[in-house]
Write a protein that binds this ligand. Structure first.
Ligand SMILES: O=C(O)CCC(=O)C(=O)O
Ligand SMILES: [Fe+2]
Length: 219
């Protein structure tokens, strides 16, 4: 797959998801100019959040990152992949993929993540940099990460926000809310403005579940 073909595919997936989300009355666009960010309140109900939290507690291990250069404090949360054959996870996956209009085979397995007091995920991009040692391999295996969808599984009154420093906004976790953003610009190139961080948790435990969509079938 050539870089140009991938870029054209990223333009297409950017446009198709944008058009679908913009006409969905449950979806709200975050008013920022330099990136496409959407929120959906109540995407998951309380029972679904509780079920996913229990799943994360079963699979969570100290988080890893792709980049071996990152320091020890870079991603201190615990995370783990949700069993892709779990029927409950598949039901949530179908709902999410239907919302975005992307086939589930184009997305990575759900990753659950848990942050205890003091834990964080420092500022990063979800898109792959082809200049890193792991970038070309990932891009070969399903292509660039196009959209990210992340659901909060519990409320946090303070601490643990998802912060987009270059877009000047942050989102405080609310149980069941879904945050969706395009990692690319509409022209299919990586968006330098979508850098984001999970700020340190100051009280309680934060749980999220994330799905990263690619450019073509993954895996
Ligand atoms: O936990 C958050 O608020 C952000 C998580 C994140 O950036 C990711 O999973 O890629
Ligand atoms: Fe991220």
């Amino acid at each position: 797959m050539s870089a140009a073909a991938d870029r054209a595919a990223l333009v297409r997936i950017g446009a198709s998801v944008r058009q679908r989300l913009e006409v969905d009355p449950a979806v709200h666009r975050v008013p920022v100019d330099e990136a496409e960010v959407f929120v959906v309140g109540g995407f998951l109900d309380a029972t679904e959040c509780a079920h996913l939290i229990a799943t994360i507690d079963r699979v969570a291990q100290p988080s890893r990152t792709f980049d071996p250069e990152t320091g020890p404090r870079y991603r201190t949360s615990y995370s783990g992949d949700v069993d892709p054959n779990d029927s409950f996870a598949r039901m949530i996956e179908r709902r999410l993929c239907d919302l975005l209009g992307i086939d589930p085979t184009w997305a990575e397995t759900f990753q659950g993540q848990r942050y205890q007091v003091g834990q964080e995920f420092q500022a990063h991009y979800d898109w792959f940099d082809p200049k890193t040692p792991y970038g070309p391999g990932e891009i070969k295996r399903g292509g660039q990460r196009s959209w990210t969808a992340m659901a909060y599984l519990n409320d946090m009154e303070e601490g643990g926000a998802t912060d987009f420093p270059d877009l000047h906004f942050s989102v405080q976790p609310q149980a069941g809310a879904l945050l969706i953003w395009n990692n690319m610009r509409p022209d299919g190139t990586p968006n330098p403005k979508v850098r984001h961080a999970a700020q340190p948790v100051t009280d309680g435990v934060k749980y999220v579940i994330t799905k990263w969509f690619r450019t073509r079938p993954w895996g």
